[in-house]
Design a protein around this ligand. Structure first.
Ligand code: FAD
Length: 323
């Protein structure tokens, strides 16, 4: 069936029996029957049209930092956007005070700060949030500092409404350009239409695929922005087990609690199953200490959920998308 796609788009990359552990930050998990890598919206729409028409299960993959494929074979197509058509960022309105924080003319910065004009940046869905953040700082645009350490793509951040340090993706999204699940149409969603909530967006129900996003940022002092960025980076390095593969916080924050604290207070810090371990640095993270299978990780997730429920009566829900 994907031969039909190849016939129309001979350059489209389609891999068979692709190893998902290589594409997911947990460095664990099984294989996918097909990995399709569209490099243009046209290729994406054709892919979606063919998989939908043939009822082939499919799933989008961004940077794989919140996704775990079960061991074994995913019988369907994993679709991953790639190339310049999805990996760009451009300032589309608002002039930025300067590009090099160290060499700013203070008078120009002051004048820019006094105007409340927003800086709008359009970014492709495959652009990494961290690269976008660095770019926005160099343009003297603030609003991405808190999110700068999230290792996902723009598409994944919007889908998840990713957030950190009291910032959420929803706070800076102006609109989202997306393709319908069957590839038949493209449309823009306003921020309101995205139904952003804690780790939720409308995409979770509608199945629309993000191709680009317009972010609305504020002008700011590049030196101050850089300081905040450095502070958030330092805090992450101190508090998170970044030396081991993981998918970040394994569980969503239950109302009124912190998942990591509940897990630690339940005595689960450092608990291991196979190569999977509850991090000793941050109990909210399950890490791959080496050679973990997806099954190890999933068994540990279940054990943590059951124990926390038995001890505190709180249900932990995975934030990680399990495929
Ligand atoms: P993926 O894992 O590839 O996909 C996640 C979901 O988004 C999937 O369901 C996928 O189908 C969907 N998706 C991806 N691209 C598209 C698209 N173009 N259109 C439609 N749907 C799409 N998260 C936070 O919120 N805050 C944090 O502070 C944070 N810290 C982290 C730290 C570490 C070390 C790690 C490994 C992860 C962390 N995460 C954090 C989790 C993760 O980075 C975020 O959830 C991120 O937004 C996922 O983006 P991604 O591109 O990797 O998505």
């Amino acid at each position: 069936m994907l031969r039909e796609l190849k016939n129309s788009y001979p350059d489209i990359k389609i891999l068979e029996n692709a190893d998902m552990s290589e594409l997911c930050s947990f460095k664990a998990g099984g294989r996918a029957e097909y990995l399709v890598i569209p490099k243009s919206t046209e290729e994406l729409r054709a892919t979606l049209s063919i998989v939908s028409r043939n009822s082939l299960p499919h799933i989008m993959l961004g940077n794989g930092t919140n996704t775990l494929f079960r061991d074994g074979l995913y019988k369907g197509a994993v679709i991953k956007l790639d190339g310049d058509a999805f990996g760009y960022a451009e300032v589309i309105s608002g002039t930025a005070p300067c590009r090099e924080p160290e060499n700013c003319n203070p008078a120009v910065v002051k004048e820019a700060e006094q105007k409340s004009e927003a800086v709008e940046i359009r970014a492709g869905a495959a652009m990494l949030l961290s690269s976008l953040a660095k770019l926005s700082f160099s343009f003297g645009a603030e609003g991405l500092e808190g999110l700068s350490g999230i290792p996902g793509s723009v598409g994944g951040a919007v889908f998840m409404n990713a957030g950190a340090y009291e910032s959420e993706t929803k706070n800076i999204v102006k609109s989202v350009h997306a393709v319908s699940p069957d590839g038949s149409e493209e449309r823009d969603f306003t921020n309101d239409e995205m139904d952003f909530r804690y780790r939720h967006s409308k995409l979770m129900e509608s199945g629309y695929i993000v191709t680009s996003v317009i972010f609305s940022l504020k002008k700011g002092n590049p030196i101050e922005i850089k300081k905040r960025f450095d502070d958030f980076t330092r805090r992450r390095k101190e508090k998170q087990p970044l030396d081991f593969p993981s998918a970040g916080s394994t569980f969503k924050r239950p109302a009124g609690y912190f998942a990591g604290k509940l897990i630690q207070d339940a005595g689960l810090k450092g608990l291991s199953i196979g190569g999977a371990q509850v991090s000793t640095l941050h109990s909210g993270f399950i890490i791959n200490k080496g050679g973990a299978t997806a099954t190890d990780i999933l068994r540990l997730i279940t054990l943590v959920q059951n124990t926390v429920f038995d001890v505190f009566g709180v249900k932990l829900e995975p934030e990680v998308r399990i495929i």
